[in-house]
Design a protein around this ligand. Structure first.
Ligand code: XMP
Length: 325
């Protein structure tokens, strides 16, 4: 029978045997897969592992800081933090089409990844949090006919774009390739990952950039981050964080009229998107209480500059998608 302890022991043995004294690169996202992977590898090979975290500038409020702090101070796993905020924002300046936005961000991710892996490298291996369902339908790898090893020709980031240049084609280490998501969570927990990472809600690769409809600006990012933080605080306070598949805020680039004190306002609305789901393929809008919605609405309108209206998305998937872009 499958136990996490046996899995961890075996994985560590395999990693050591495979890697020898070579160096391994891991792109950390802060999700449960890449974090579990970082723990496993660090335990197996220590300083031969380099964890790289690329900050695109589209994460939720305080999350990049939190991630780096957790890893370096609490887990004592060093992380190479790459601040690429300005270049990502520059890439999508003036872009309003959702697909163009996603592609530009994905391609920039590959460019930054290339540059930084050259700067920090060379590396022989790339560790990826490939899970069993990904292995079955993976088009982003080749198999080396001589050795039978899987070779990365693309980065399996959550962006799904971008080929790697010939001289940067790493051999792959994929210790989680036989696991399903719930097993990764068990493994993560058993090797010491805190619940805040083990149970983290899914977060899209392009992050808040696809939760601001239309053009993404610094100002809109600030507004959305503040509104989104209130959502998280109140969802946590209500004890719903682990019950909901996702709960987040979306910023619409239109403005409507409101009144505050005796002043007329003309500002953006925030959409609340709370859904229940098993796997993200289908989803139902969540029947949270009116009291909770009221609390969140009041707080956002009162505390977040630039917002004067809050609406609740009552569309299931299908026909709606979970994200708005
Ligand atoms: P949709 O909006 O298609 O989302 O109903 C389904 C699930 O996938 C997440 N999502 C992404 N995850 N990269 C990711 O890693 C992406 O580009 C991406 N887009 C959507 C979304 O948050 C939801 O959980």
């Amino acid at each position: 029978t499958w136990t996490t302890d046996a899995f961890v022991e075996e994985a560590i043995r395999e990693i050591r045997a495979r890697v020898g004294d070579k160096r391994v690169l891991l792109a950390l996202s802060g999700g449960v897969d890449s974090s579990t992977l970082a723990f496993l590898l660090y335990r197996a090979i220590g300083d031969q592992l380099t964890c790289m975290f690329i900050d695109q500038g589209f994460m939720r409020k305080l999350e990049p800081e939190r991630l780096v702090k957790l890893f370096s101070e609490q887990f004592h796993i060093p992380v190479a933090y790459v601040n690429a905020r300005e270049r990502f924002l520059a890439q999508i300046q003036g872009v309003t089409d959702p697909e163009v936005k996603r592609k530009r961000i994905g391609h920039e991710f590959i460019r930054v990844f290339e540059e930084e892996s050259r700067r920090l490298g060379p590396f022989d291996y790339l560790a990826q949090g490939t899970l069993y369902p990904d292995v079955i339908e993976s088009a982003d790898t080749n198999v080396d006919p001589q050795t039978g090893e899987r070779v990365a020709v693309k980065i399996k980031s959550h962006h799904n774009v971008g080929g790697l240049p010939k001289d940067l084609q790493f051999k792959l280490i994929e210790p989680l390739r036989k696991l399903f998501k719930d097993e990764v969570r068990k493994v993560g927990r058993s090797i010491g990952l805190p619940e805040e990472i083990v149970l983290r809600q899914p977060f899209p690769g392009p992050g808040l950039a696809i939760r601001i409809l239309g053009e993404v600006t610094d100002d809109r990012l600030d507004i959305l981050r503040d509104a989104d933080l209130i959502v998280r605080q109140e969802i946590n306070r209500a004890g719903l964080y682990n019950e909901l598949w996702q709960a987040f805020a979306v910023l619409l680039p239109i403005r409507s009229v409101g009144v505050m004190g005796d002043q007329r306002t003309y500002a953006y609305p925030i959409v609340l998107r709370f859904v229940s789901s098993e796997d993200g393929m289908t989803a139902d809008w969540s029947r949270v209480s009116y009291d909770l919605l009221e609390t969140i609405s009041n707080r956002i309108v009162n505390e977040v500059r630039g917002i004067n209206r809050v609406v609740y998305d009552i569309t299931s998937k299908p026909p709606g998608t979970i994200e708005w872009e």
